[in-house]
Design a binder for this molecule. Structure first.
Ligand code: SPV
Ligand code: MN
Length: 625
């Protein structure tokens, strides 16, 4: 007899009862029963990942009007509420036991108090609704990387999105022993408006209980807040990685194709909306993942997997010139969920798509027409800047064949890139692992973007692009990264990239397509096939190598003038950056490894010496003299 299954029995169909009984993990039964009881779900649907169950979820999403069909077969769209258009930093909190204090940078609340609050909001939230239980695998199944997850949600849209974004896990759960660990998420969209969006955004709560590996999310639908396995479980994975000695990172993974059919795998950390997905998707290269990677040392080698199996990508600025890969996918039949776009005559439109866009339609604000103002008098754009698409990676023609390799791919390079208008050159290589981790990773500075709710364009340190998700002391995270380099024989080569460098007039110095040249250069550097110039901040490319690559890769003539503008070392800007980074670690971070300050100070000294010799703006070839 199992009291939890018994309690659930009246809420389950016969088939669902059997599906649940096939899982022999008592904690699964307990979590589902307690969630259904707390939220007062009328029915519980156990998703076994069979084609019928998945189809049922798709149909229910349409039937409940959480999604609507678009003209192209397989395409649907979904809206989130007006105030629910991004990850919500304020509403996302760690539940922290008494007498524990996480790093200052983390949003936290007393565990008992937080549990009481979120449970009171979740109570009866699913009255009259079905609660869906979905079993997922983070990382490939049957792998040392695998982490299992279970999400209970009352949103068919969330359950459907999980199908596109994660690997099915029901079969793994049925084969696992009774003491198997897994991450848990309970989510309710809460009260809904007649447009089927969360009505009580002021009572949004996204609480992370790391003591119990459980996430509570309520009164929100935006996928980054509601799909527990995106950025919420990621925080729990960071803690697990911290105790077990591996790395969970906000990184894309890609295979860069070098000369003679060679393929070299890179990971890349970029804050949201800073070019991570578009780099991972570069045509001619292959994509393993665009958002979250687990990295482990296996037999002395750094190996990485994509935690996810799909892309929840920003659609703004996806156009047929710069983003050929995804543009094609978004226009042909296949399963895609568009969110927060403009819809007119069953066709989706977004900002920066390059096409004529309609003057009216339906968007995240409801009926929309050009010039519409919100209730603060601000003009409502035709689509939200953070509008997105969800699609399986296998829908992309350049999906890498190693996606499901249980051993992951061998990582040879890592790139860190922020939104930095003023200091860092477009691409540079660190002197060694530690230098790269400190001066590109830990020093990653960026301007806030529309991917989080709040003001845009505010410069901030976003350590390794992971700051929004970090769940351990920040200094410990830097230490873990520094230590990882010692565990592997040949640590990945670390690069700093910056797609957002501007000239004094505020114009971008690079075309978005230049990133393809940078990845090819990095690939050659990993194999030591091109030389480089040693500058105070890192190794930068030689003009001749870039000229050749620009011609080969982009078919354009790269001028010395452009090279000099892009790769001039801006000494004062770099020194100012170091000061901001030092201040940040001194003021906000506990347990910062001393190495961080040594490495930053040495870089400062090198810049100072260069300034004495060459002045404030130093063309790269000066360092050859
Ligand atoms: C990001 O903002 O970094 C994303 C989307 O990848 S979200 O799911 O909101 O985290
Ligand atoms: Mn992300």
């Amino acid at each position: 007899m199992n009291p939890y299954i018994d309690a659930l029995r009246p809420k389950l169909s016969k088939a669902d009862y059997q599906k649940l009984c096939a899982i022999k993990i008592p904690k699964v039964h307990e979590f589902i029963a307690k969630s259904a009881d707390l939220c007062n779900a009328e029915h519980v649907f156990i998703c076994s990942d069979s084609p019928e169950d998945k189809e049922y979820i798709r149909q229910q999403a349409i039937e409940h009007k959480e999604e609507q069909k678009l003209a192209v077969p397989g395409h649907t769209y979904h809206f989130d509420g007006f105030y629910d258009q991004g990850r919500d930093r304020k509403a996302t909190k760690y539940l922290v036991p008494k007498r524990v204090f996480l790093t200052k940078a983390l949003n936290q609340i007393d565990r008992q108090e937080g549990l009481a609050e979120v449970k009171s909001i979740l109570r009866d939230s699913m009255t009259g609704r079905t609660m869906i239980a979905r079993f997922l695998s983070l990382g490939p199944t049957d792998s040392v990387f695998t982490i299992l997850g279970l999400q209970c949600t009352d949103s068919w849209y969330v359950a459907h999105s999980e199908d596109l974004l994660y690997r099915s896990g029901y079969q793994v759960f049925t084969k696992s022993g009774s003491d198997t660990n897994f991450l848990r998420v309970v989510h309710s969209a809460g009260k809904l408006t007649d447009r089927m969006v969360s009505a009580e955004h002021d009572k949004k709560c996204i609480y992370i209980d790391y003591m119990d590996n459980t996430i509570y999310s309520v009164n929100t639908q935006y996928a980054g807040n509601s799909i527990g396995f995106k950025k919420l479980a990621f925080r729990l994975a960071i803690r697990k990685a911290n105790t077990e000695g591996w790395l969970a990172e906000h990184m894309m993974l890609m295979g860069v194709h070098g000369p003679g059919g060679r393929k070299t795998y890179f990971a890349g950390a970029f804050p949201s909306a800073c070019g991570k997905t578009s780099t991972a998707m570069l045509p001619g290269e292959t994509i393993v993942g665009d958002d979250i990677a687990y990295i482990r040392e296996i037999d002395g080698v750094a190996r990485a997997v994509n935690v996810e199996a799909g892309i929840f990508g920003i659609i703004k600025d996806v156009n047929p010139v710069d983003d050929t890969t995804i543009w094609d996918v978004l226009h042909k039949p296949g399963e895609i969920i568009f969110s927060n776009i403009l819809v007119k005559d069953n066709k989706p439109y977004w900002l920066g798509m390059g096409d004529e866009t309609p003057k009216d339609g339906v968007n995240f604000s409801g009926e929309w027409h050009e010039g519409k103002k919100d209730n603060t008098g601000k003009e409502v754009p035709l689509a939200h800047k953070n509008a997105r698409y969800a699609v399986k990676l296998t829908a992309l023609e350049n999906c890498d064949p190693e996606l499901e390799n249980p051993n992951g791919v061998e990582l040879r390079g890592i790139m860190y890139g922020g939104r930095d208008a003023r200091a860092y050159v477009p691409v540079q290589q660190s002197f060694d692992w530690e230098h790269g981790i400190v001066s590109y990773g830990a020093s990653l500075e960026t301007e806030t973007t529309f991917a989080t709710i709040g003001k845009e364009g505010v410069p901030e340190i976003n350590m390794m692009s992971i700051q929004d998700f970090i769940s351990i002391p920040l200094g410990k995270n830097v230490r873990n990264n520094l230590d990882f380099g010692k565990k592997v024989e040949n640590p990945p080569v670390v690069f700093g990239v910056n797609y957002f460098l501007k000239d004094v007039n505020g114009n971008y110095l690079n075309d978005p397509k230049d990133k393809q040249v940078w990845v090819k250069w990095m690939e050659l550097r990993v194999h030591d096939e091109v030389d480089a110039i040693k500058t105070p901040t890192g190794y930068v490319p030689l003009y001749e190598d870039l000229r050749k690559l620009f011609k080969e890769v982009r078919g354009v003539d790269y001028t010395k003038e452009d090279y000099n503008k892009q790769f001039t070392i801006r000494v004062d800007e770099n020194m100012a950056k170091i000061k901001r980074v030092r201040d940040f670690y001194k003021k906000n971070v506990t347990y910062t490894p001393e190495q961080v300050f040594w490495i930053l100070n040495q870089q400062y000294e090198r810049l100072l010496n260069a300034k004495e010799q060459f002045g404030d703006y130093i063309e790269p070839e000066k360092f050859l003299e």
